[in-house]
Structures are given as C-alpha cells and as structure tokens.
Write a protein that binds this ligand. Structure first.
Ligand SMILES: Cc1cc2nc3c(=O)[nH]c(=O)nc-3n(C[C@H](O)[C@H](O)[C@H](O)COP(=O)(O)O)c2cc1C
Length: 201
C-alpha cells in the first residue's frame, strides 16, 4: 500500500469512527472474554491510579472490555456482577466531552442519552480532566444499590490491573446535579464516578 492509500485509509477510518460517535447508538467491538492476568495476580496488583497519559486514548476494544467487566453479560447469560434478587437494576453511563451514553450490556452497545459534557460535574479534582474514560454508576439508593456499584468498580480495578491501565473510583462528585441532569427517577441516584486511562509514563 502506498502513502496516499494509507492516508486515505486513516481518513476513512477516522470518519467512520466519528460517525459512529455521532449516531444514536454505537456498537462496541465484542469483548475478549478469555486470557488476561491470573485473578490472584490482578488482586495483588490492584491499586488506584490518578495520573493518565493525556496523549494516549483508550481504544474501542479496551473500552468495550471495561464496560463489559463492569456491567456486561457473560456467555452464561449472566451479568458480570451479581445483583440482589437478580434485579439487574444498576446503570452505567459513559461521559464524554461530546455527550453522555448509556451502556447497554445485553446488546453490547452504547445508547446516546444527550449531547452534553457532564464531566465538569465530576471534576472536583484536577486529574479528572486528564482521564480519557469516565464511567458513571447509577443505582437505586437503597440497601443494595451501592453494593452493586462496588462489585462493578472492583471488576474494573481488576481488569485495569490486568491490562496495565490506571483507574480510581471517586465519590467526590456533584451527585445531586448529575442525578438531575440525567433525569433519574424512582429512587435512582448517581453513586460514583470512575476514571480510567493509560498511566502517565
Ligand atoms: C467509595 C470510594 C470513594 C472514593 N472516592 C475517591 C475520590 O473522590 N477521589 C479520589 O481521588 N479517590 C477516591 N477513592 C479512592 C481511595 O482514595 C483509594 O481507594 C484509597 O486511597 C486506597 O488506595 P488504593 O485504592 O490504591 O488501595 C475512593 C474510594 C472508594 C472506595
């Protein structure tokens, strides 16, 4: 392939990608559900990481796997985390500078919620603005909702350990404002925010 063909291919791929993010639904690559670091090693390596490589985006394959470990559906038809009475009543949002997306685990896609940048409502600490991935956990603010969120963010910690990503779960957010912005009702509430990215070198 000559240079002109390569440039055309890259431009085409970028266009397809931007179209996907502009649409109402973004299909995610199939997560790879095998391999990775042995679980004992991942537990032993887990740590919070707040320094991100701002020049290195998180690719769609990695994003898909991050979402899947947190709240996807495995090949047994089970969610990747347990929920009380199998109510499966957690929600996982992805915040981006150009809009908010709701993860649809059964369909392995992201559904567009709005075109707003809600990251500012989570950015009470400077490092947050450097993170390429922003996960927002929503659950019923009842006896078990926060337990479900804890299971999900720990899965993300273990996946991050396995892949060499940095992550931290965060409670220092404007949860009231985010709950209103997302139009949550029926006792649902924004519980926590998790930043993820490749670690700063
Ligand atoms: C529920 C919860 C809320 C947290 N909120 C924040 C936060 O808002 N900002 C932050 O930088 N770290 C936050 N952390 C991360 C803790 O500071 C971190 O887990 C702790 O210092 C232990 O470090 P380690 O995870 O590396 O073991 C939170 C952790 C938990 C479990």
């Amino acid at each position: 392939m000559n240079t002109i063909q390569k440039v055309a291919l890259i431009a085409c791929a970028a266009l397809i990608n931007s179209q996907a993010w502009g649409a109402e639904q973004k299909q995610l690559p199939k997560p790879v559900m095998t391999g990775g670091m042995p679980v004992m090693q991942a537990i032993n390596t887990r740590a919070s990481g707040r320094l991100y490589d701002v020049k290195r985006p998180v690719d769609d394959q990695t994003l898909s796997e991050l979402l899947w470990v947190a709240w996807g559906v495995n090949t047994q038809g089970k969610r990747t985390i347990p929920t009380a009475r199998n109510q499966q009543n957690m929600k996982l949002y992805l915040l981006t500078p150009t809009g908010t997306w709701l993860y649809n685990g059964p369909k392995n896609c992201l559904d567009r919620v709005n075109g707003e940048n809600l990251i500012a409502l989570t950015a009470t600490q400077e490092f947050v603005n450097d993170a390429p991935v922003h996960l927002l956990y929503v659950a019923k603010d009842d006896k078990w909702g926060r337990c479900h969120v804890g299971s999900a963010y720990q899965n993300v910690y273990l996946y991050a350990a396995s892949k060499g990503l940095a992550t931290v779960i965060r409670g220092l957010i404007d949860a009231d404002a985010l709950t209103v912005k997302l139009g949550l009702t029926g006792g649902e509430r924004v519980i926590a925010h998790q930043t993820v990215g490749w670690p700063e070198k």
